[in-house]
Design a protein around this ligand. Structure first.
Ligand code: NAD
Ligand code: TYD
Length: 356
């Protein structure tokens, strides 16, 4: 039996990953450490809360005592660090917290893992630290080319700057101490349990409530969309087969302009829910500050070296995602009550539109 410390396991990707692992393997014990910020939600893990191989601890990855306590209580074999402040718009409103969680939190985990795993003869066998990072550390692409693992880091938002800083610390623990680490950099995820501050669930939620759909700038910024389950299988491959010290890009091979995503969602909802959900809801609003134009991943390395490819076609993934939100309106209602209202009005209440 191996033990995984999954941080941020109550968030979007972390909870999908825990469900994926418990479903797929019966020889992994999962310890989930999550602070339960606005983005963390234990409802996501209701189906496994009594699973004999699952335990949850509420706490902060920056809390050294707590993190060291987990390492002394459990024989942890893998750390999969999902915990982060993850939203670019929030990082523009309030950058400091991104440095705290994303950089210092990662440092705290690295130190605790090193203290527990390093012996006189180097690191114990079978240990690994996986840092879940993002394509956003590479900056922005023009109309040509893709990000490879060799693309220089050039983050633009406080969010991506904090993720890049964390990546460099993780790399330094390999370079300096030979700590077994991998860094995964993935493109934009979508799927069940994503908090409705991100493009796809925000548009679904607004459309269902006949609220305007705020498209930033000209709507032609491009993201490379990856279905969350494919991201989970990629991390599974890196955990088991990734070579220590290596970075792996994970992409959906699925670039789309934002406006196409919004129209696809509208098309599905107007056909299946209500004809009145149509393109008249779209409202172009002032652009995000420092808005990266295009992300596109070259995932050749993980395909060639670890045999991983994304399996979900976008048409299937987006349909499954929309259906999940339609079937889980209560979840949406919970996560959008409270803090979300305040965030939403601060974020969108003052945004200029074309009419202004
Ligand atoms: P999320 O915002 O949905 O979840 C983050 C989780 O981390 C939440 O459960 C939150 O409670 C927890 N958390 C935050 N601060 C914490 C702290 N100090 N201590 C412990 N827990 C804390 O994020 P997500 O979309 O699931 O992203 C997970 C990881 O993947 C992040 O590291 C993010 O940078 C990375 N990533 C996400 C995407 C994407 O499209 N969502 C793309 C690339 C990379
Ligand atoms: P987002 O989901 O925030 O992911 P990221 O910025 O990390 O890529 O945004 C995806 C794209 O959608 C990005 O180009 C910004 C745009 N966007 C909007 O046009 N309107 C919105 O309300 C949001 C949240 C995002």
């Amino acid at each position: 039996m191996k033990t995984l410390l999954v941080t941020g396991g109550a968030g979007f990707i972390g909870s999908n990953f825990i469900l994926y692992m418990l479903n797929r393997y019966n020889d992994y014990k999962i310890v989930n450490l999550d602070k339960l910020t606005y983005a963390g939600n234990l409802e996501n893990l209701k189906s496994v809360e009594d699973h004999p191989h699952y335990s949850f601890f509420q706490g902060d990855i920056c809390d050294r005592e707590l993190v060291e306590g987990l390492f002394s209580h459990y024989e942890i074999d893998y750390v999969i660090n999902f915990a982060a402040e993850s939203h670019v718009d929030r990082s523009i409103l309030n950058p400091e917290i991104f440095a705290g969680t994303n950089i210092l939190g990662t440092m705290t985990l690295l130190n605790a893992a090193r203290n527990s795993w390093e012996g006189g003869m180097g690191f114990k066998e079978g240990k690994k630290f996986i840092q879940v990072s993002t394509d956003e550390v590479y900056g922005s692409l023009g109309s040509e080319g893709l990000f490879t693992e060799a693309t220089p880091l050039d983050p633009h938002s406080p969010y991506s700057a904090s993720k890049a800083a964390a990546d460099l610390f993780v790399k330094s623990y390999f370079d300096t101490y030979k700590m077994p680490v991998n860094i995964t950099r993935c493109s934009n995820n979508y799927g069940p349990y994503q908090f409705p501050e991100k493009l796809i669930p925000l548009m679904i939620h607004n459309a269902l409530n006949k609220r305007r759909l705020p498209v930033y700038g000209d709507g032609l910024n491009i993201r490379d969309w990856l279905y969350v389950e494919d991201h989970c299988s990629a991390i599974d491959a890196v955990m088991h087969k990734g070579k220590p010290g290596e970075v792996y890009n994970i992409g959906g091979n699925n670039e789309r302009p934002n406006i196409d995503i919004v129209k696809t969602i509208l098309c599905h909802l107007s056909a299946n829910v209500d004809k009145a959900i149509d393109e008249s809801l779209i409202q172009y609003v002032e652009d995000r500050k420092g808005h990266d134009r295009r992300y596109g991943m070259d995932a050749t390395k993980i395909r060639k070296e670890l045999g991983w490819v994304p399996e979900t076609r976008f048409e299937d993934g987006i349909r499954k995602t929309i259906d999940w939100y339609l079937d889980n309106k209560e979840w949406l209602r919970h996560v959008t009550s409270g803090e979300y209202q305040e965030y939403y009005s601060k974020m969108y209440g003052t945004k200029k539109t074309e009419a202004d």
